[in-house]
Write a protein that binds this ligand. Structure first.
Ligand SMILES: [Zn+2]
Length: 457
C-alpha cells in the first residue's frame, strides 16, 4: 500500500533540526516514510490525501496510562481526593475487574487516544484479581490489534499489601512467583524488531505497593529478556514520606538502590525531585512520563520538566489513568503541559515547539522507539493529520503548529486522519468499523456492572 499526502499546508517534521516544510508532500510506501518534500511531490500512490488544509505531525506518543480506569471516571467520593485517599477509595472497586470489563475499557481508551492523534501508547496494568483470568494483558493486546494502534503495554504488579505495610489491600496483590511467571510468559510475546506493533515492558506499580525484592527480581528479568522497566515515582509528598519512613530513602534513591535507573527505565510523574535527582536522571538517561492533568487533578504538584530536559533526561507526555484525568485526549494534554509550565518561574516556561517535541519524538525515545516520532525518510509511518479549517483554528493560522496547541487544542479536536504503520486508522475523523455510541453504551453498562459488584449485588 502506498499513500501520498499531497502539498500539506505544513509538515512539522520534528527531525533533529526541527524542520517545518510549507506546502510540502510526504510519501508512504508500506509501513515506512519513503520521501518527504520535493522528492515526494511528483510521486503517484494508491491513495492520495490532499493537504491544503492540513498540518501533518508525527503521531503523538502516550507514555503512561491505566486503560481499565476508564470504567471509574469522575467517581463521586474520589473526585476531590489526593493520591493515597483516591487509591484507597478505588481499590475495593477495581478488585472486581475481569477480562470482559477490561476489554470494553481498553477499547474506549484506545479509541479516544487514536481520536486525539496518538499512534503509540503504553499502558500500565497492575491489577490482576484472583477471580479474573490471569492473562489480562493478552485481552488488551487483542483490542489494540483490532483498532490498529501501536501498543506497548506493561505488565504491572502489586506485591506489598496492607498486612505487610503497603497501601493496597491484600486482595488486589499477587505473590511474587505468580507475577514473575506471567512476566516471563509475556516476554515471549514482545517483538523487539524496529517498527514492531507490539512491544511489552515490565512495571511494578509503585514504591508503596511492591516489595524491594519484587523490584529487583523484575529488573533482573527485564534485563535478561531485553524489556524496559516502568513504575510510578515521586508522584506525591505522601509517597516521599512513606519511602523515608519505610525504606529510609527518598523515592528515587530507593528505586536507584534496587537497580532502577538507566536508559531502559522510565518513571511516571517524577514530580518531587531534588536537583541531585534530576542530575541523576539526566546522567543515567532515565526517562520520565509527564502527566499534567493527573498531577493537577490529584493536587500532586508540578513536575520540573524544563530542568529534566536541560539535564538530558528523556521526557514524554502521558494522559495517565482515566480515573485521575479523566480523559484520554493527548493533544489537549500537550496544551495543558504548556500551560502548566507557566505556573513556574519564567526561566522554566515551555514553548509550543518544545511541547510538540516531548509529545512526539520525546515519547518515542522514552519508550525506546527511535524509528518513530519524526517525519523523515526511513522512519516508520505513524502520523497525525490535523484540520486547519475549523472554527477552533480560525484566526490562528500564522503559525499552524503553535496555533493548534494554543488555540485548536482548547477544543480537544479530532485529527482528520491518523496513520499507524502506513495504515489509515482514523479516516475523516472516524475509526472505520467502530460504532462510537454503541461502544459508549457497552462501556456504561460495564462501568455500572463493576460498581454493582463492588456493592456486593
Ligand atoms: Zn499512573
Amino acid at each position: 500500500m502506498s499513500l501520498l499526502i499531497r502539498r500539506a499546508r505544513l509538515l512539522a517534521t520534528m527531525d533533529a533540526a526541527g524542520r517545518r516544510l510549507e506546502d510540502a508532500s510526504l510519501l508512504i510506501e508500506g509501513t515506512r516514510i519513503a520521501a518527504v518534500g520535493a522528492a515526494a511531490e511528483r510521486a503517484s500512490a494508491e491513495r492520495v490525501i490532499e493537504g491544503a488544509d492540513l498540518l501533518v505531525t508525527p503521531g503523538l506518543v502516550n507514555t503512561h496510562h491505566h486503560l481499565y480506569q476508564t470504567l471509574t471516571r469522575a467517581l463521586p467520593g474520589a473526585q476531590d481526593a489526593s493520591l493515597f485517599d483516591w487509591l484507597v477509595h478505588h481499590y475495593p472497586i477495581w478488585r472486581h475487574l475481569d477480562a470482559d470489563l477490561l476489554a470494553v475499557a481498553t477499547r474506549t481508551g484506545l479509541a479516544e487516544l487514536l481520536l486525539s492523534g496518538c499512534t503509540l501508547t503504553s499502558d500500565h496494568h497492575y491489577l490482576f484479581p484472583t477471580e479474573a483470568a490471569a492473562e489480562l494483558i493478552d485481552v488488551q493486546i487483542g483490542v489494540a490489534r483490532e483498532l490498529g494502534i501501536r501498543f506497548q503495554p506493561t505488565r504491572g504488579s502489586m506485591s506489598l499489601g496492607k498486612s505487610a505495610g503497603g497501601l493496597p489491600p491484600d486482595s488486589v496483590c499477587q505473590d511474587e512467583a505468580s507475577i514473575l511467571a506471567d512476566c516471563r510468559r509475556l516476554a515471549t510475546l514482545s517483538d523487539p524488531t524496529p517498527g514492531a506493533m507490539l512491544r511489552i515492558d515490565l512495571a511494578p506499580c509503585s514504591p508503596f505497593s511492591v516489595t524491594p525484592a519484587t523490584l529487583r527480581a523484575t529488573a533482573a528479568l527485564a534485563r535478561e529478556a531485553g524489556l524496559r522497566l516502568h513504575t510510578h515515582v515521586a508522584e506525591t509528598l505522601d509517597e516521599e514520606r512513606y519511602c523515608l519512613a519505610t525504606f529510609g530513602a527518598r523515592p528515587v534513591a530507593h528505586l536507584a538502590a534496587q537497580g532502577w535507573t538507566g536508559r531502559d527505565v522510565w518513571y511516571a510523574h517524577a514530580v518531587h525531585l531534588h536537583d541531585a535527582e534530576i542530575a541523576l536522571l539526566g546522567r543515567t538517561g532515565t526517562g520520565v512520563a509527564h502527566c499534567p492533568s493527573s498531577n493537577l487533578r490529584l493536587g500532586s504538584g508540578t513536575a520540573r520538566i524544563a530542568e529534566l530536559l536541560a539535564a538530558g533526561a528523556p521526557v514524554g507526555l502521558a494522559v495517565d489513568g482515566s480515573a485521575s484525568n479523566d480523559g484520554s485526549h493527548l493533544l489537549a494534554e500537550a496544551r495543558l503541559m504548556l500551560l502548566l509550565s507557566r505556573l513556574r518561574e519564567r526561566a522554566h516556561w515551555l514553548g509550543a515547539e518544545a511541547v510538540w517535541r516531548v509529545a512526539t519524538r520525546g515519547g518515542a525515545a522514552v519508550l525506546g522507539r527511535p524509528e518513530l516520532g519524526s517525519l523523515e525518510p526511513g522512519q516508520t509511518a505513524d502520523l497525525a493529520l490535523w484540520d486547519l479549517g475549523g472554527l477552533e483554528m480560525a484566526g490562528a493560522q500564522a503559525d499552524p503548529l503553535g496555533g493548534l496547541l494554543l488555540a485548536g487544542a482548547a477544543s480537544a479536536p479530532r485529527p482528520r486522519f491518523v496513520i499507524v504503520n502506513g495504515r489509515v486508522v482514523v479516516d475523516e475523523g472516524r475509526i472505520p468499523g467502530l460504532d462510537e455510541r454503541a461502544q459508549a453504551a457497552r462501556h456504561n453498562a460495564a462501568a455500572a456492572a463493576l460498581l454493582e459488584r463492588a456493592r456486593g449485588r
